[in-house]
Design a protein around this ligand. Structure first.
Ligand code: MSP
Length: 653
């Protein structure tokens, strides 16, 4: 029989750096769903990646004097490290700069152009650069972007349009005939009331001004609108319209596009319309999940430290508490489909109560008692008592309940079922009191039965936990003489063989002193806030469009610096890493000037430094400022220096 297919996707992430725990949410859930379906024996494909084109990246790179690729590459490397730390087992990490994706986007545009679904016209509207979204005047909220509340800018230019309006009736009908297409239900109402009922306009799908993107095949002056570029990743990743489209034929349509609620509009209106225009089947479901909040607001790069107190850096969190704990928190704590508040305290409380106390204790007590009373060999089961029947029935029924929760994508409910079994097993220990049974020979057979049942329950819990946690289940299964690769076929109660070696394992989740840990987490959060501010979700367009007042200029702190050391940045032919003395202070600065100055030439130079630029890492090297250069029309650079001798630390005004 042909294996069932399961294709699941996360959105592709903006490479804006400084990842926070909110970014991990969609991806961890997708990973758990993917693992779950694999364990069901299905053939799965799990896609994630990065959304790299557009104005934001173009501007960020330019302001640093480097190419967009030089700007992005280190951020992507960081993101991949993060997914590795969290054991995200994707099948493909797609970058929208990948050649096969770019080729596919061009073919999609060509097809839509030829079918008449794309036509040339002119647009004018209000553009939000961080969201890469165009708004009409009526859609603005208090004159600002209705999605993120930031400033928008007036844009007018010749553009190609996609006939989105033509598909509105079909999309409405889609929601009516197939409400499962968009979930949770509340998102359907949002789409219908906010977008479909007021009427859809045709969508501008090309830009002339943003050149960091995919050039259109039929008009090289135009570049693909980033959202069409990005959405296409779901089919380009599988080889759609390429010479090798075997994966596409195998896996499309996707079972699920899991996305945050703020981008449902793109996935549940624009994407289906594009697919309809291409004559492709639609994904079975788009699910718009809720957000992790801090202080009631969406946890985001700019707000991650709104209070300054919460540690939200996934690297730091995984380093301190482990991948399993972070995954568990994300999967268990946030009610699926709704928003959920993030605090370090909630994370630590979950770790202690569920993982350290309930699961950790069950495993360690079971292994320890088998070690103590039976020399580490699993005893045989004897006759059963009523209390055993209860535990066994619960253990045998848990998979069905977990499965039905996962069919609804409800990981918190699925984990709730598994931990109900963990709790029942802990209660079973209290009810059966193995330590009393162990006191005399008469209790030995009963003791064996109790410990067998406990070991078997632990094994079943470990197998059931495999989609959610990636470290502990394997450790448990190994120390209980089971194959860590066991799938759900191994779930039947009673599969452990008497005599199997049961080894003790070190505590899976050491208990955390919450008060002490919270203080430390807060200190780290505050320090990291001072050190590395996030790469901004550019507000640069505000400054770029018009004249500025003196008060704006005064925001920029320009200082005279002296380069006291300089070297090339590894694997980059554009970047130099300078150590610059500014008065008493020494800064590490990375500049894109290696083509114009050698490191030797740089040492001793007096330069002008933008001293209050937010620090960033470029190719892994900290850059705490920018050295100013003049640039001619051919792009040649020359350092800007004070004309007379001037001590470092002096102000430039
Ligand atoms: N690049 C677009 C998606 C294009 S898909 C064709 C994008 N990228 S993003 O980096 O801003 O967001 C990626 C995912 O992270 C989204 O699903 C988003 O909802 C999720 N999250 C970012 N912050 C979040 C929280 N605070 N909470 C939960 N998820 C959030 O949008």
């Amino acid at each position: 029989m042909e294996r069932k297919k399961y294709y699941i996707t996360t959105p592709i992430y903006y490479p804006s750096g400084n990842w926070h725990i909110g970014h991990c949410y969609t991806t961890v859930i997708c990973d758990a769903l993917d693992r779950f379906h694999k364990l069901l024996g299905e053939e799965t494909f799990f896609l994630t990646g990065t959304d790299e084109h557009g104005q934001k990246v173009e501007r960020e790179a330019k302001s640093r004097g480097i190419t967009p690729m030089e700007f992005i590459d280190p951020l992507i490397a960081e993101m991949k490290d993060m997914w590795k730390l969290l054991d995200i087992g994707y099948d493909r990490f797609l970058r929208t700069t990948d050649a096969d994706h770019v080729a596919c986007v061009q073919k999609i545009y060509q097809k839509l152009y030829e079918s008449g679904d794309i036509y040339k016209s002119e647009y004018s509207g209000r553009y939000c650069t961080p969201c890469e979204s165009m708004w009409t005047e009526a859609q603005l909220k208090n004159g600002k972007c209705p999605d993120c509340g930031r400033e928008v800018v007036l844009q007018k230019e010749e553009s190609y349009f996609f006939r989105l309006s033509k598909y509105a009736p079909r999309i409405l009908k889609l929601y009516e005939d197939n409400p499962e297409f968009l979930q949770p239900k509340s998102r359907i109402n949002e789409m219908v009331n906010n977008f479909l009922k007021p009427g859809l306009n045709d969508l501008s799908v090309s830009r002339k001004t943003v050149k960091w993107g995919v050039p259109l095949p039929f008009d090289k002056e135009h570049y693909a609108y980033v959202w069409i570029d990005a959405l296409s990743n779901y089919v380009s990743a599988l080889g759609y319209l390429s010479d090798d489209d075997a994966l596409f034929r195998k896996f499309w349509p996707a079972e699920l596009h899991l996305v945050g609620k703020e981008i449902v509009r793109f996935h549940a209106i624009i994407w289906p319309a594009i697919l309809m225009a291409l004559g492709l089947p639609l994904p079975k479901q788009v699910y718009g999940h809720g957000w992790l909040l801090i202080g009631g607001e969406k946890l985001s790069k700019s707000k991650q430290d709104a209070t300054g107190a919460q540690l939200t850096d996934p690297y730091e969190l995984v380093k301190r508490y482990g991948a399993d704990a972070v995954r568990y928190f994300l999967l268990r704590e946030i009610p699926f489909g709704s928003d959920g508040e993030y605090t370090n305290e909630r994370l630590l409380t979950r770790i202690n109560s569920d993982l350290a106390n309930d699961l950790g204790n069950l495993v360690s007590r079971t292994a320890a008692m088998i070690g103590q009373y039976f020399g580490g060999k699993l005893p045989a089961r004897g006759p059963q008592e009523d209390v055993d029947g209860e535990l066994i029935a619960l253990a045998e029924g848990t998979f069905a309940r977990v499965n039905s929760a996962m069919e609804k994508l409800n990981a918190p409910e699925a984990l709730g079922e598994i931990f109900a079994l963990v709790s029942r097993a802990n209660k079973y220990i209290d009810e059966t009191t193995p330590w009393i049974l162990a006191k005399d020979e008469a209790g030995r057979e009963r003791l064996g039965t109790v410990l067998y049942h406990l070991a078997e329950t632990v094994r079943i819990c470990a197998v059931l936990l495999k989609p959610f946690l990636t470290k502990a289940p394997a450790l448990i299964l190994k120390s209980f003489s089971c194959d860590p690769a066991s799938g759900f076929e191994s779930l039947g109660f009673g599969k452990l063989q008497a005599g199997a070696a049961i080894e003790k394992i070190p505590p899976l989740f050491p208990r955390i002193d919450i008060k002490k840990e919270l203080a430390q987490a807060e200190q780290i959060a505050r320090e990291s806030k001072k050190k590395t501010q996030p790469v901004k979700e550019s507000k640069a367009e505000e400054a770029a469009v018009s004249e500025i007042g003196i008060e704006d200029f005064e925001k920029i702190q320009l200082k005279v610096g002296e380069v006291i050391a300089c070297e090339r940045v590894e694997k980059s032919d554009k970047l130099l890493h300078e150590t610059v003395k500014i008065g008493e202070e020494t800064r590490s600065i990375v500049s894109g000037i290696a083509k114009y100055y050698t490191p030797e030439e740089m040492v001793g130079k007096r330069v002008v430094v933008v001293a209050n630029l937010k620090p960033v890492k470029l190719r892994g090297v900290l850059s705490e400022g920018m050295i100013l250069c003049a640039e001619d029309k051919d792009g040649n650079l020359s350092l800007v220096s004070p004309e007379k001798a001037m001590a470092s630390g002096g102000t430039v005004r």
